[in-house]
Design a protein around this ligand. Structure first.
Ligand SMILES: [Zn+2]
Length: 420
């Protein structure tokens, strides 16, 4: 198509996905709000694009099969979440239900809900559909805003996450692509590097389940996966994980492929701009073939978590600026996933804007929200931007200096491990 580079951005969406994903108790209706804003802004219509813009190809997700999900999740967990008949409703059996639910984390912030089985299959399948589009070379960028469930574990729901779609995607990307009809001669096969995947997590919360799934402090081979989580951590702040603290090469438990960069309260564009060269250095050192970018938006100003003060914007250090660098400047293929974000209209603003960045035709942040079913949610500004608030940024120059020194050491270790 004229005016476009040849490959589209694959965008996973369907009425069914929006409807089922909108049932998530922590983010009721969010999926519908997000997809309807993206649609109402015309991003799915592909109006005449500027040079180098990419068109958006909306792809319906296929449901993940039991086998797809069992690549990571345990059978017992899948039986508990996929089979509604496991849930009795009255009498003595209620006690058994409570015990089963507790065993699999299906309580407190992860209650069972009507539609849970479909949710797990469809959201897991949505991220895997996006992953497949990259592997089959249909796209260099694929987006699944309903994915990014980075707290879900092998046999345990946690932190509003019931399906470990990030981990399933990484495991799929680790596998070499299907052989073509003309396979590479055996003598050259040995020189082909296995795909490397960098998982970068921008969510306010530490990517505990993903980081721990690939954590391997005693391995001396070159892992295919590097995880880097930028987040807030503090005593009592979710999730409690040893790995959430600043990575430390002096620790006996240090794994240079499982990296953690915690920031203090009020982190703003200025702080993200200051730490971004660290992210760039890790990427340049690891040279990933695929980048899985978890774009949780609960670090943005205006989120009920009220912990960071990040702006959506396009100025240096903003979320849009960081994502622009990953999708448009980094080599390799990118999978963009959603995540946390509890101010639904702001999540919709952010993911719509990031979609336009992935299409390489960023919307103007002053764009007025179009008249559509979700319109009343966007007051009082009724524009696309999510501006920073007045929160103090507690990340001092000294703190940021410490992060840089620490990561200089980490990158040295990483270089040595990769040179083996
Ligand atoms: Zn979060």
């Amino acid at each position: 198509m004229e005016g476009y580079t040849s490959k589209p951005v694959v965008y996973i969406g369907s009425q069914e996905l929006a409807k089922i994903s909108a049932l998530l108790p922590s983010n009721k209706k969010r999926s519908m709000i997000v997809h309807s804003l993206v649609s109402s802004l015309g991003l799915m219509n592909n109006p005449k694009a500027s040079e180098n813009a990419r068109r958006l190809q909306v792809v319906s997700p296929r449901k993940a099969s039991y086998k797809d999900l069992a690549v990571y999740h345990t059978r017992d967990y899948l039986n508990a979440v996929l089979d509604a008949s496991n849930l009795t409703t009255d009498g003595e059996d209620q006690e058994t239900d409570i015990l089963v639910n507790a065993e699999f984390g299906l309580e407190d912030d992860c209650p069972r809900f009507a539609g849970l089985a479909e949710y797990v299959q469809l959201v897991g399948g949505a991220t895997l559909t996006a992953t497949k589009a990259l592997q089959q070379n249909l796209a260099d960028i694929a987006i699944c805003w309903d994915g990014g469930r980075h707290h879900a574990r092998k046999s345990h729901a946690s932190g509003f996450c019931y399906v470990a779609d990030c981990i399933l995607a990484i495991l799929a990307l680790k596998r070499p692509p299907v052989q073509s009809a003309n396979p590479t001669p055996p003598n050259t096969l040995s020189t082909v590097r296995k795909p490397r995947i960098m998982y970068l997590d921008l969510d306010l919360h530490f990517s505990d389940a993903v980081s721990e799934a690939f954590y391997s402090p005693v391995s001396f081979s070159t892992p295919q996966v590097l995880t880097l989580s930028i987040h807030h951590t503090a005593p009592g702040f979710f999730p409690a994980s040893e790995r959430a603290a600043l990575s430390n090469p002096s620790s006996p438990n240090f794994d240079p492929f499982t990296l953690s960069l915690p920031l203090k309260q009020g982190a703003s564009d200025k702080t993200y701009e200051c730490i971004w060269p660290i992210v760039e250095n890790i990427r340049k050192t690891f040279e990933p073939d695929f980048v899985v970018l978890q774009c949780g938006v609960d670090a943005l100003a205006g989120d009920p978590c009220a912990t960071f003060n990040w702006s959506l914007g396009d100025s240096p250090g903003s979320m849009g600026w960081c994502v622009q660098k990953v999708v448009n400047e980094w080599p390799g293929k990118k999978l963009l996933l959603g995540g946390g974000g509890y101010n639904s209209p702001n999540a919709a603003r952010a993911w719509a804007y990031l979609t336009s960045i992935a299409m390489n035709k960023p919307l103007d942040l002053e764009t007025e929200i179009p008249d559509h079913v979700g319109f009343p949610l966007y007051g009082p500004s009724f524009t696309l931007n999510v501006s920073a608030g007045n929160m103090n940024d507690h990340n001092s120059e000294e703190d940021l200096g410490t992060l840089h020194t620490r990561f200089d050491n980490i990158i040295e270790v990483l270089q040595k491990r990769l040179a083996v």
